[in-house]
Design a protein around this ligand. Structure first.
Ligand SMILES: [Cu+2]
Length: 458
């Protein structure tokens, strides 16, 4: 526990240091945005009009994880600056938390869930090239077994399925190149190649969802919805207009293994596939549906492939003075070969009233098998699980462009009688207290997206 405390503090300090100089740049980056001197960069062209834009004049706030789309009204907690014809953006999220999960299957731990992402963007051959690196210190700051989270499942450790814990994310979460190019007034093509990255399967992954921004812990439905966000080998091609995007991916469908520092290619190819349709009908909304085939995703059940279907509605809009309200309703289902569709629902909302006070809530309903939870009955037996999460984050300070908040989170789960012997209760609970570190809100950008409309075609 002491080593985790030390590494958690080290990680938050690291993120802090990484954010601070970039944010200082960001501070004097704003006046530059109004100068015509930087008009060589696509993003800076957009900034002259009050918001940064991408291909087809789409706002940067729409960029989700991988190639997914958020609502345009999503808040951007990022630092931005430009140099040498490139536009750089740094964003990330780091928590330092104490997490206690009750019952015999619970545990407590001090840890730091975190990620940081650097993007470099420049014009290329009539289009836009973007290079991305996303990293997580969780292998050090959470540990190989992950952090305690009752009823969570997915991935493995020392030959056993991880259960009642959330696995750490890999050191290399994403290394990717994106190329987008307009081919008509309102039509563009995109290519995404990633030694590690996210295929077009599922909604925006939870670490990137504004509707999950106050909560350090993962949704219980992660492996039914967005768990492919770290895949070791992804190729995605897409076509999009300003309101619609259609994508297809080939990727390595195997989940990351317990060695979180390396690239998991052994014996694998781009053996899995996915397709996704996303529609952003207005500035506040993003709707998506995806379907994929995952070849042998789990190392403990190598003979089993599965299909996944997801559908999601994301909503996000600025409110009041520096506030934002973001919500998501997500359905995701897995079908193992020869098995039934096992469904899950996530409903989550994050309401930042005014940039100081933030409340969030999540409801998870998910059907898991006995073997997911390593419950010693018939491995195929299915259980419907329910989880309710409520939390509050209070902004404490903004230091050097880093926004620091303190939060508290409580969870109440509801399990069927068949699981009562394992947990000793029908309503296992947990709580966490934490600090949250992230770059300050890029004020003005999100608001201007609303008023700007979509008239800015490059
Ligand atoms: Cu994950």
């Amino acid at each position: 526990m002491r080593t985790h405390l030390v590494t958690a503090l080290a990680a938050t300090a690291l993120i802090f240091l990484m954010s601070a100089p970039a944010s200082a740049q960001h501070m004097h980056g704003r006046p530059q945005a109004d100068s015509a001197a930087h008009s060589d960069s696509i993003m800076m062209q957009g900034m002259q009009h009050g918001a940064m834009t991408m291909t087809l004049g789409l706002p940067m706030s729409r960029m989700g994880s991988g190639t997914s789309w958020l609502p345009d009204g999503s808040p951007m907690h990022a630092a931005h600056y430009s140099a040498g014809g490139w536009g750089f953006m740094l964003h990330g999220l780091s928590f330092g938390m104490y997490d206690k999960q009750f019952t015999d299957r619970g545990d407590d731990q001090i840890s730091s869930p975190n990620w940081a992402m650097l993007m470099a963007t420049r014009p290329l051959a009539g289009g836009m090239l973007q290079l991305r690196g996303m990293f997580s210190a969780e292998p050090f700051t959470v540990g190989a077994r992950g952090y305690p989270l009752l009823l969570q499942s997915g991935e493995a450790y020392k030959g056993e399925p991880l259960h009642d814990r959330q696995h750490p994310h890999d050191l290399f979460m994403e290394l990717a190149a994106v190329y987008e190019r307009p081919v008509a007034r309102n039509l563009a093509i995109s290519f995404y190649a990633a030694p590690v990255g996210e295929p077009a399967l599922g909604p925006v992954a939870f670490p990137h969802r504004p509707s999950a921004a106050g909560d350090p812990l993962a949704p219980l439905s992660h492996h039914w919805q967005d768990a492919t966000h770290i895949s070791f080998g992804v190729l995605t091609a897409g076509v999009f207009t300003r309101t619609m995007k259609l994508e297809a991916s080939l990727f390595n469908g195997r989940e990351p293994d317990e060695h979180r520092y390396n690239f998991d290619y052994a014996g694998r190819s781009l053996d899995s596939w996915a397709g996704r349709l996303t529609v952003n009908p207005g500035a506040d909304w993003s709707l998506s549906a995806s379907f994929g085939g995952l070849k042998s995703p789990e190392e403990l059940r190598p003979d089993e492939s599965q299909h996944r279907f997801t559908a999601a509605v994301l909503h996000s809009r600025p409110i009041g003075n520096g506030g934002n309200w973001s919500s998501a309703l997500i359905y995701g289902a897995n079908k193992h070969e020869g098995g039934n569709w096992e469904g899950s629902v996530t409903a989550e909302t994050n309401l930042a009233f005014d940039g100081r006070n933030e409340v969030f809530a999540r409801v998870n309903i998910v059907r898991k098998r006995a073997e997911d939870l390593a419950i010693g009955t018939n491995p195929e037996q299915e259980f419907d699980l329910g989880g309710l999460v409520l939390g509050y984050v209070r902004a404490l300070a903004e230091v050097g462009g880093v926004n620091i908040g303190a939060g508290v989170r409580g969870s109440l789960n509801v399990i069927p009688e068949g699981l009562e012997p394992a947990f000793g209760t029908l309503t296992p609970t947990g709580f966490a207290v934490y600090l949250r570190f992230r770059p300050a809100l890029m004020s003005g950008e999100t608001a201007s997206v609303k008023h700007r409309g979509m008239e800015m075609v490059p």
